[in-house]
Design a protein around this ligand. Structure first.
Ligand SMILES: *[C@@H]1O[C@H](CO)[C@@H](O)[C@H](O)[C@H]1NC(C)=O
Ligand SMILES: *[C@@H]1O[C@H](CO)[C@@H](O)[C@H](O)[C@H]1NC(C)=O
Length: 232
C-alpha cells in the first residue's frame, strides 16, 4: 500500500506539472465608434510566464482608396493605459503597412510612452508581444477590416514607462487611430471619431471548470487503477 500511495502522489504531481491550469477573465469589449472597437481579457497560464492582457484592436469599414502599393501607406491603432488623456500615458501602438491586397501584411505592435502631444516614443524595454493579425479586404469597394492582437504583461519591471494594473479592476484608458501616409504616422484628428477616453474593465481571472474537472478525473482514475492493481 505504501508503494501505491507513493505512486499516487507521483502521478498526481505529474498531472498537475504537465498541465498547469490556466486562469482567465471574461472577455470585455468596447465599441468606441461604428468603426473602431477593442476586445480584451486577462489570463495567466500559471506556468511562471505571468498574468497577461490579450487585446484585440479592430477597425472596420476602413477606406483603402488612398493606399498606394509600395508607398508605405496604412493605418495605426492605439490604446493608452492608466490615464484619461494621452500625455504622460503608457501606450501600445499597432502599425499596419500595406503592400497589396493579396499580401499577408501583419501589424507590428510596440510598447510606447506618450510624454507629449506627439507620436509616442518606443520604450527601450518592450513588454508587448504580437500575437496575430486579421485582414479582410474588399478590393472592388476599396474597403478593409483589420485587427491587431497583442499581449501585454499586467505588471512589468519598466517602472518609468509602463502602467501596472491587475485583473478584477477598472482602469482609465484612451484610444486613437489614424492613417500612415508615405511611411509617416498621421495625427489621429478629431475627438469622438478618432480619439477619446474610456473606462477599461478587466474582470477577475478564474479557472475553467472543465480543466479542473479534467485534472480531477485524471487523478481519481490513476488512483483507482493503482488501488485495484494493489489488491489483485
Ligand atoms: C460591438 O462590437 C462587437 C464585437 O466587435 C460586435 O459583435 C457588435 O456587433 C458591435 N455592436 C455594435 C452595436 O456595433
Ligand atoms: C462605411 O463608411 C461610409 C463612410 O466612409 C459610410 O457612408 C457607410 O455607412 C459605412 N458603412 C457601415 C456599414 O458602417
Amino acid at each position: 500500500m505504501a508503494v501505491a500511495a507513493v505512486l499516487i502522489c507521483t502521478l498526481s504531481f505529474q498531472v498537475t506539472a504537465v498541465d498547469p491550469v490556466e486562469i482567465k477573465s471574461r472577455i470585455n469589449f468596447n465599441n468606441f465608434t461604428d468603426q473602431f472597437s477593442a476586445e480584451w481579457y486577462a489570463y495567466d497560464k500559471q506556468d511562471g510566464s505571468g498574468a497577461k492582457l490579450r487585446v484585440t484592436l479592430r477597425i472596420k469599414n476602413l477606406s483603402t482608396k488612398d493606399w498606394i502599393i509600395g508607398n508605405n501607406d496604412g493605418v495605426w491603432l492605439g490604446i493608452g493605459l492608466g490615464n484619461t488623456v494621452m500625455r504622460g500615458t503608457d501606450v501600445v501602438m499597432c502599425t499596419y503597412r500595406f503592400s497589396g491586397y493579396a499580401v499577408s501584411d501583419i501589424f507590428a505592435c510596440t510598447d510606447r510612452y506618450a510624454s507629449a502631444w506627439n507620436e509616442p516614443v518606443i520604450d527601450g524595454t518592450q513588454n508587448v508581444d504580437d500575437i496575430s493579425s486579421q485582414r479582410l479586404f474588399n478590393e472592388v469597394m476599396k474597403l478593409g477590416e483589420l485587427a491587431a492582437i497583442f499581449d501585454r504583461s499586467l505588471t512589468t519591471t519598466d517602472t518609468e514607462a509602463d502602467f501596472k494594473f491587475s485583473a478584477g479592476s477598472s482602469i482609465d484608458a484612451v484610444w486613437a487611430w489614424g492613417f500612415i501616409t508615405s511611411g509617416n504616422v498621421q495625427y489621429h484628428g478629431n475627438q469622438a471619431t478618432n480619439r477619446d477616453s474610456f473606462n477599461m474593465r478587466i474582470s477577475s481571472m478564474r479557472s475553467s471548470a472543465k480543466q479542473l474537472i479534467g485534472n480531477l478525473y485524471a487523478i481519481i482514475g490513476a488512483s483507482l487503477l493503482l488501488i485495484s492493481a494493489t489488491f489483485i
